[in-house]
Design a protein around this ligand. Structure first.
Ligand code: M6R
Length: 357
C-alpha cells in the first residue's frame, strides 16, 4: 500500500532508514555481535575468491560489495554482469564462492549463471529480498535483505539493503579469519540510518536541483572516483530509467579520454565526493567540465565540502558512504521524472523483474 505517497518509489526511498534499522536488529545477537549462519561464514572464509553475479542496480551494489570484501575481509573478489558471465567466463579459482545479488531472486540472467556454476560443483550464496524466490531456493545459502516488498520498477531500498548485508558479511568473515579492525558495522549502520533520514527530510533541495539542472536537459553526467564512481553508475541508471534523460556515470579521470567531447554549454554534471583520497582530484575534474560550459552540481560529504557545493551529506564511515550518497541521486531522479510527467513507478519498456534472458 502506498498510503499517502503519490508513488511507491518515493515511499521506498523514505523507507530506507527503517530497512537499515531492521537489518541491524535482524543481524545482531544478544551480545551485540553480528548474527550470521556459521555455514555461510565458513563458505566465505574457506573460499579463495568470491565471484559476485548480478544485474542492473544489484550489480552496482555488487561493485561496492567487492570493495567491502577486499578491504575489510581481505578476500579477492570480482563482480560480474550476470548476462555476460557465461559468454565471457573468467578463469575460475580452485575454491570459489559465488554470490548472487538479486532483489527479486528471479532474474533469469543470474539464474543462468547459478545453474551452471552449481553443475560445476561450486558453493553458492544468494543475497535477496525474497527468500522463497528461485535464486534463494536453488543456492546453497541465502541472506535476506529484509527490505519489505519493493514495488516500484526503479530499485532503491533493495540497493542500500544489499550493501548493508554485504558489509556485515565482510566484517563477519574478517573476524572469523582473525582480522583485527576498529570498524563496528552495526554501530556505523545506525549512523547511516540517521544520515539517510536527514536527507529524506531535505526533499525540497533535491526537487530544486532536479528543476534547475534537469527540467530541459537532454543529458546528464555523473562523475566520481573510487566508490563514488560506483554510486554515479547507480545515479545515472536511476535517472535514465525513470526520466528518460540520457545519463551516464563516469570515473572522473576517464572523462578526458573521450567523453568530455559531449560537454557543451549548460550540460549538467553531477559530481560526488565522499572519500578523502579522491576529493581534490574529482574537484579538479569538475573544473575541467566547467571550463567547457557544464553546469556543475557538487554533492559532497561533510568534512570534504567546499563553500559552493550544492548539497552536503552527513558524515558516515568511509566504507558505508554509498548507502547515503545514493539517497540524493534517487530523489533527484524521482523529481526529474515527476517534472517531466513520467510514470515514475512504471517506466516504459521495463518490468520489475526480468525473467527472460
Ligand atoms: O531483482 P534483481 O535485483 O535481480 O533485478 C536486477 C535488475 O533488473 C534491477 O536492478 C533493475 O536494474 C532495476 N530496474 C534498476 O532500478
Amino acid at each position: 500500500e502506498k498510503g499517502t505517497y503519490p508513488y511507491y518509489m518515493l515511499k521506498e526511498i523514505d523507507e530506507q532508514p527503517y530497512v537499515i534499522r531492521n537489518i541491524i536488529s535482524k543481524y545482531k545477537d544478544d551480545s551485540e555481535n553480528i548474527k550470521l549462519d556459521e555455514a555461510i561464514r565458513q563458505a566465505v572464509v574457506e573460499s579463495d575468491r568470491i565471484y559476485i553475479i548480478a544485474a542492473g542496480t544489484s550489480y552496482h551494489a555488487g561493485l561496492v560489495g567487492k570493495q567491502l570484501l577486499e578491504r575489510i575481509a581481505n578476500k579477492p573478489t570480482e563482480t560480474h554482469i550476470a548476462s555476460e558471465f557465461l559468454y565471457n567466463m573468467p578463469l575460475i579459482s580452485e575454491n570459489p564462492l559465488f554470490i548472487f545479488i538479486s532483489q527479486s531472486g528471479e532474474t533469469a540472467d543470474s539464474r543462468g549463471v547459478l545453474v551452471n556454476v552449481k553443475k560445476m560443483g561450486h558453493n553458492t550464496l544468494t543475497i535477496t529480498n525474497v527468500p522463497g524466490s528461485t535464486l534463494s531456493r536453488e543456492a546453497d545459502f541465502t541472506l535476506h535483505t529484509y527490505g519489505g516488498p519493493e514495488i516500484a520498477v526503479a530499485s532503491t531500498k533493495a540497493y542500500t539493503a544489499q550493501m548493508a548485508v554485504l558489509a556485515l558479511l565482510a566484517v563477519d568473515a574478517a573476524k572469523a579469519a582473525g582480522i583485527e579492525m576498529d570498524f563496528d558495522p552495526l554501530q556505523e549502520l545506525a549512523i547511516v540510518a540517521n544520515a539517510m533520514e536527514t536527507l529524506t527530510d531535505q526533499k525540497e533541495t533535491m526537487e530544486k536541483i532536479a528543476r534547475e539542472y534537469l527540467s530541459v536537459s537532454r543529458n546528464c553526467f555523473f562523475i566520481g572516483r573510487a566508490v563514488d564512481y560506483f554510486v554515479c553508475l547507480e545515479g545515472a541508471l536511476k535517472l535514465k530509467e525513470i526520466s528518460y534523460i540520457q545519463a551516464e556515470g563516469f570515473a572522473g579521470g576517464e572523462l578526458k579520454h573521450g567523453t568530455i567531447a559531449l560537454i557543451e554549454e549548460g550540460t549538467p554534471v553531477i559530481g560526488v565526493a565522499t572519500q578523502e583520497h579522491v576529493n581534490l582530484s574529482i574537484r579538479g575534474n569538475m573544473k575541467e567540465v566547467v571550463a567547457r560550459g557544464a553546469s556543475p552540481c557538487m554533492i559532497s560529504m561533510a568534512g570534504f565540502e567546499e563553500a559552493d557545493d550544492q548539497l552536503v551529506i552527513p558524515h558516515v564511515h568511509e566504507y558505508l558512504t554509498p548507502l547515503v550518497s545514493v539517497i540524493p541521486l534517487q530523489l533527484i531522479a524521482y523529481y526529474a521524472a515527476l517534472h517531466r510527467d513520467c510514470d515514475v513507478d512504471k517506466p516504459r519498456n521495463l518490468a520489475k523483474s526480468v525473467t527472460v534472458e
